[in-house]
Design a protein around this ligand. Structure first.
Ligand SMILES: C[S@@+](CC[C@H](N)C(=O)[O-])C[C@H]1O[C@@H](n2cnc3c(N)ncnc32)[C@H](O)[C@@H]1O
Length: 231
């Protein structure tokens, strides 16, 4: 199964979280062997590849990214709803990738490419002002204070996001962990390049439910949604 080498020199800390879960069922194992190589983004060191070059499409097509797409339900649904948008999904968890592939094949979705590694590498590889929208939904909360630097949304990654998001682009965040919500809100308030356009317990109008959101609701935890615009 393809798994790219992580260029650790480009990131300042290691990727936390698991890459493998349960063994894959036959259908998903087949998708990993047959479909993933067609959709996988392989970064070539030192170059700034445009999103459009991953699709061999015109430079004007809008580009959206989902970081940590989990089982891929949200990414697949957004890609289906927006067939003219080019989507990049970043997710190192193999079982999540297999699950996304399942959605893509079942729904014949063509406008998604997959980066099977740390999203920071993808962000660093993209040219300045590449993305029109980015989703970071129900990111790993790392609730202990001493693990706060492992949270994806923080000063360093906000700088990365500010570089690759176009002026006016949307950064959508969601979480069901009070400490992470507060942390993300504080980090974004401190950052000079983002402005909050929505924060609340009601999902935004164009929201698509994610697996972790369903888990949170089942467990009685209230999800919270935040939209920021890149200035
Ligand atoms: C709690 S899950 C949420 C999954 C999905 N967004 C949802 O709402 O159902 C967080 C996901 O982020 C992924 N993740 C964590 N760090 C990441 C990174 N640096 N780059 C890409 N994905 C990452 C994990 O592998 C995991 O699948």
């Amino acid at each position: 199964m393809p798994q790219q080498d992580c260029d650790r020199k480009k990131t300042t800390s290691r990727l936390y979280g698991r890459r493998k879960g349960r063994p894959l069922h036959v259908r998903k194992a087949r998708l990993m062997c047959e479909l993933l190589p067609q959709l996988l983004i392989v970064l070539k060191g030192g170059t700034h590849a445009t999103v459009q070059s991953f699709f061999a499409k015109g430079e004007s097509a809008p580009a959206w990214m989902e970081i940590g797409f989990g089982g891929g339900e949200h990414l697949a649904a957004q890609a289906k709803l927006h067939p003219d948008v080019l989507f990049i999904g970043c997710e190192p968890f193999i079982n999540g990738i297999a699950s996304l592939l399942d959605h893509l094949e079942k729904d014949a979705i063509q406008n998604v490419r997959i980066f099977d590694n740390d999203a920071r590498l993808m962000l660093d590889a993209l040219p300045h002002a590449s993305l029109d929208k980015c989703f970071v939904l129900f990111a790993d909360p790392w609730p202990k204070k001493r693990h706060a630097e492992r949270r994806f949304i923080g000063p360093e990654n906000l700088d990365r996001l500010a570089r690759v998001l176009k002026s006016g682009a949307l950064l959508r965040l969601a979480s069901d962990h009070a400490s992470l919500i507060e942390w993300m809100h504080d980090c974004l308030k401190e950052h000079t390049e983002f402005v909050c356009v929505y924060a609340g317990a009601e999902p935004p109008p164009d929201w698509v439910e994610t697996r972790y959101q369903q888990k949170a609701l089942k467990a009685g935890r209230q999800p919270f949604f935040m939209d920021y615009r890149r200035k």
